[in-house]
Design a protein around this ligand. Structure first.
Ligand code: SGN
Ligand code: CA
Length: 525
């Protein structure tokens, strides 16, 4: 470990409490570079890797994310960043605890996070860090381990969002991505104790369904044609049952009014839609609603007149979906820029490690889908970029397989804090410095629990991914799938019955069994 992280030892020598703090202040003043770094974790909701232009995917040119890319340019892009269980609450619980879902107890949305368990913010708080979280939380119990917190209730709202605070619930005017960022900047500027290092979690709601763009981007992309993925019209031939049984297709699942914004011009009569109206357009003030209607009504009128059917209708839905999604991304990116600008202007950038990631990635029409959940590539991955002067060399990339499971240990190592033995990830700090330890993992474990009968009807499954292959077991269907990601990167051909792969499949079955044992997965889950 570099001496720059050594304040912990220093504290130990100086003694605890007030003495240590005074000594620390003097120590810092005398020798700036030895400070413990601050951490800013910017975490969005459902932001697909393909919609971060630093990854250079098919959307990079039409919908760039210049501010997120600034982080990658000044630091590192993780090319193989994966999640353990591609759904919101579980991913957040994994980041906080550094443990798989079966150990942290949060397997699916709707579970309640046990706030008495060990988390990295609690540990950092005990080692003189200040901690704050603003924005999406979605763990069912109040945040613990934070000096300051204001979080969205459940999924939260895009317009004039409500927040849960230690003092109760309040509504804040504005657009959610701006409001969350305002709150974080206010804490940085005038609420934190400037003598202490900090960890700040800025957690966006966007670009989550129902993809409501902010007032600055209502007509962004109006004149742009968004490129379609090759498998927008996937028929799920050569696949197992799970891909056919899902309910997350652009064609069949999307709601014309709330998802695609084709609301009636008059009052909403349908009782099923009234709730959706109330939590979306129904929250807007007069001006916000007027701007919204001015942007959408003429386009909706043209859509109604066109009377589209079949593939043309799917294509239209895809365009509307993607434009709204990317508009939401644009606001997130603008707000990442505001945070980076503040860090630069305040000089904090010199001693702050900034991460950008999302709870999980998302289908942007691949396989005809939106949403996530499956262990297929688009939702197994998640964007991860990080910058930190003196720690991460500029403009670098990393191909090692990393997971959200690694974040807690990364934050602890960065801050020079001891890592508890029961965390299950691995610190990314060596990778961030450009070294890949020989012992780095060559396989990851995945397990999705929010199964059939729940929203989007994705069957429970677990599996293993190695550098080139993926084995998935849909255990309630008793169906296995095996993909060769080099020959078939879009996972259109399940090779499980192909004798050419028999040996590899066997090796992956053993590896899966080994990982389940290693991570202490109960037999029944
Ligand atoms: C809501 C969404 C679903 C989404 C889940 C979980 N429906 O139920 O599409 O999969 O949240 O998302 S919506 O019509 O209410 O938007 S997660 O990001 O919180 O896991
Ligand atoms: Ca999510």
């Amino acid at each position: 470990m570099q001496p720059t992280y050594n304040r912990r030892n220093f504290l130990r020598h100086a003694g605890a409490g007030a003495l240590a703090l005074t000594a620390l202040t003097q120590f810092r003043a005398a020798s700036q570079p030895t400070r413990q770094p601050n951490i800013v974790w910017i975490y969005s909701d459902d932001h697909a890797q393909a919609a971060v232009s630093a990854y250079g995917g098919h959307l990079a040119k039409v919908a760039p994310t210049p501010n997120i890319d600034r982080i990658a340019q000044k630091g590192m892009r993780f090319n193989n960043s994966f999640v353990t269980n591609s759904i919101c609450g579980p991913c957040r619980a994994v980041v906080l605890t550094g443990k798989h879902s079966h150990l942290n107890g949060f397997r699916q949305n709707g579970d309640k996070f046990n706030p008495h368990q060990q988390t990295f913010p609690k540990i950092l708080q005990q080692s003189n860090y200040q901690s704050a979280v603003f924005g999406k939380w979605h763990l069912g119990t109040d945040p613990v381990g934070f000096d300051a917190w204001e979080v969205l209730p459940g999924q939260g709202h895009y317009y004039n969002p409500d927040f849960l605070t230690a003092e109760g619930r309040k509504q804040v005017p504005g657009y959610v991505s701006d409001v969350i960022t305002d709150r974080a900047l206010q804490w940085l500027e005038s609420e934190r104790d400037k003598e202490k290092p900090f960890v700040l979690m800025v957690q966006h709601k966007a670009p989550h369904r129902e993809w409501e763009p902010g007032p600055d981007h209502l007509t962004t992309f109006d004149d742009v044609e968004i490129p379609e993925p090759d498998n927008l019209f996937d028929d799920y031939a050569n696949r197992g049952s799970a891909a056919k049984l899902q309910d997350m297709s652009i064609e069949k699942t999307m709601v014309l009014e709330s998802d695609l914004k084709v609301w009636p011009d008059g009052p909403v009569e349908d009782p099923k839609l009234k709730g959706r109206w109330k939590r979306t357009l129904g929250r807007m003030n007069e001006q916000q609603l007027a701007d919204w209607n001015a942007a959408y009504r003429p386009k909706n009128e043209a859509f109604r007149k066109a009377n589209l059917t079949g593939k043309e209708l799917v294509r239209w839905k895809y365009q509307r979906y993607m434009k709204d999604y990317l508009r939401c991304v644009r606001s997130v990116d603008d707000n990442v820029g505001r945070v980076l600008d503040y860090l630069e202007a305040s000089g904090l950038d010199k001693n702050t490690v900034v991460f950008y990631s999302s709870d999980q990635s998302f289908y942007l029409g691949e396989h005809g889908w939106f949403d996530k959940r499956f262990m297929y590539e688009e939702s197994l991955r998640t964007p991860l970029v990080a910058m930190g002067p003196g720690i991460i060399p500029e403009g670098t990339t990393c191909d090692a397989m990393v997971q959200n499971l690694d974040m807690a240990e990364t934050f602890l190592e960065l801050t020079g804090t001891a890592v508890p033995d029961d965390m299950q990830g691995r610190s990314l700090v060596p990778l961030m410095k450009g070294e890949t330890p020989d012992s780095w993992r060559d396989a990851i474990y995945y397990h999705y629990y929010e199964g059939e009968g729940k929203v989007h009807n994705v069957y429970v499954h677990y599996g293993v991914r190695t550098a080139r292959y993926k084995l998935i077991y849909f255990y309630t269907l008793d169906e296995w799938e095996f993909y060769d990601l080099e020959k078939d990167p879009s996972e259109m051909r399940n090779e499980i019955a192909n004798p050419e792969y028999a040996d590899l499949i066997e090796q992956h079955r053993s590896e899966l069994a080994r990982l389940r044992k290693h991570y202490q997965v109960p037999e029944t889950a």
